[in-house]
Ligand binder design. Structure first.
Ligand code: PHE
Length: 461
């Protein structure tokens, strides 16, 4: 994905496209964040809303990003500049670059935890009870030095891979490693569902109680659909710009979406039975998998081995996602601001690492600093995932629905195969109306703006 100086890089094979886009999508979002927010927002009802958003909004927005990217062959900013010259649309690209900065900062912190846990399998705590494991995580997370160190190691690796331009090499390996991650999660699933008390966990995940849902939960489900599929900030515009014309965009989008969703649900099946079996609070927050999984590993044959392998693969999954986030920033700096690519990468990595240090410390010594009731880590997560990505996605859908024109979209999508008229009509309906209106309403309700406005109207009249 590097060397875009003369002729822009392209993915060599169809599988390469799916692997790279899936590599971006599948990451901490599926395995760390999905179970933890599902736990916070009460389980199955949240999952069902999330799945609805994936199908009705995520998938069409993903296809939109691919269309914008492949048609323009540019980064997120340049793409809008080329497709709608002299318009304000290009600023969606800048907005995306901002979101990338914020996301990468806390992403690196959690990826650092994952690196730390690769070594955890060898320690004594790993062979103790749920309370000790819980205590270990809490002490680690709040420490001012260790988590920062591991976060910096992760950020260094991310920057290094982008600088030496071996993303493609990484993708080649991830074609083997991601299916392996999938297999390990299935093994974990089998162990988890056979634990004593597993049933309670499964019904938490699959038996919806819609009375538990509030607008904050719905907004988070929407935000997470964008976060998990890497949408709303131009990642898949950038990746789409490297896709060959022969590739079928619809099939690619469907494959990536299905793989991403499957991994998240399978991660949920590994976590929740264990949460209940080991008496862990389902709403334990960002530490959920780190408090739960060591218990499961302990209770399976070859647990230490599986545990090491799992956290190595989780770190690699996080790396392929982090690379794609950094790529948005670097492509913008180097292609639009004409910065040298290496300088751009170092600059972006250092800046996000600094913000990441603050995120990490906000779970310990800086925990008293809060914004709207969130600590800095959660605040940055909330602003970027629940606000910036859905807004970005809304504008991307509007751009495809109202600006680019049906004929151009048809031509771009149909390149890699045939396209039925019905499909196109449904797609156009989704991006023109359903997705933007739904995002707008959920967004207004979720951040309580709609309530404030209706309150105001009620007062005036
Ligand atoms: N989708 C990635 C994950 O699930 C995170 C990500 C978000 C990547 C936004 C790119 C853009 O871990």
């Amino acid at each position: 994905m590097t060397n875009q100086k003369k002729s822009r890089a392209q993915f060599a094979t169809k599988f390469g496209v799916v692997a790279a886009a899936a590599g971006s999508a599948i990451g901490l979002g599926n395995i760390w964040k999905f179970p933890y927010i599902t736990g916070v927002y009460g389980g199955a009802a949240f999952l069902f809303v999330y799945l609805g958003f994936i199908a009705m909004i995520g998938l069409p927005v993903m296809l939109s990003e691919f269309v914008i990217g492949r048609k323009s062959r540019k980064n997120a900013f340049g793409a809008f500049k080329k497709l709608a010259p002299k318009s304000l649309w290009r600023y969606i690209g800048v907005f995306g670059v901002g979101a990338a900065f914020l996301i990468l900062s806390f992403y690196g912190v959690v990826a650092g935890w994952s690196i730390r846990y690769i070594f955890f399998a060898f320690s004594d705590v790993f062979h103790s009870g749920a309370d000790e494991i819980n205590g270990f995580f809490e002490a680690f997370k709040t420490s001012p030095v260790k988590p920062v160190l591991f976060q910096l190691i992760f950020m260094f690796l991310t920057g290094l891979i982008v600088i030496i331009g071996v993303q493609k090499g990484i993708e080649r390996y991830s074609k083997i490693l991601m299916p392996l991650l999938f297999v390990i999660i299935i093994v974990l699933d089998i162990r988890a569902v056979t634990l004593h008390g597993a049933r309670e966990g499964l019904s938490f995940l699959f038996k919806p109680d819609f009375s538990k849902l509030n607008y904050e939960a719905i907004l988070s489900a929407l935000g997470h659909a964008f976060f998990s599929l890497s949408l709303g900030m131009g990642t898949l515009i950038t990746y789409g710009s490297y896709i060959q014309k022969e590739n079928n965009l619809v099939k690619t989008a469907v494959k990536v979406t299905v793989a991403d969703t499957l991994i998240a649900v399978l991660a949920g099946i590994a976590i929740f039975p264990a949460v209940f079996a080991f008496n862990i609070a389902p709403d334990a927050g960002p530490g959920l998998i780190f408090k739960t999984l060591p218990n499961v590993f302990q209770h399976m044959p070859g647990g230490a081995f599986f545990s090491v392998l799992f956290f190595i693969l989780l770190t690699i999954a996080a790396l392929t996602s982090a690379i794609s986030i950094l790529e948005v920033v670097v492509a913008y700096f180097s292609e639009e601001l004409k910065m040298n690519r290496h300088v751009a990468t170092i600059f972006a990595t250092v800046l996000t690492s600094l913000l990441g240090i603050i995120c990490s410390l906000s779970l310990g010594i800086f925990s008293e600093y809060t914004f709207f009731g969130f600590n800095i880590f959660n605040f940055i997560d909330h602003i970027s995932a629940n606000i910036m990505l859905p807004l970005g996605g809304m504008f991307i859908a509007l751009f495809i629905g109202w600006v680019l024109g049906k004929y151009k979209i048809f031509k771009e999508i149909a390149h890699g195969g045939s396209l039925s008229g019905t499909f196109l009509s449904v797609f156009m309906f989704l991006v023109k109306f359903l997705a933007p209106i739904a995002i707008f309403l959920v967004f207004m309700k979720g951040i309580k703006l709609l309530d404030i406005i209706t309150d105001l109207i009620a007062k005036v009249f």
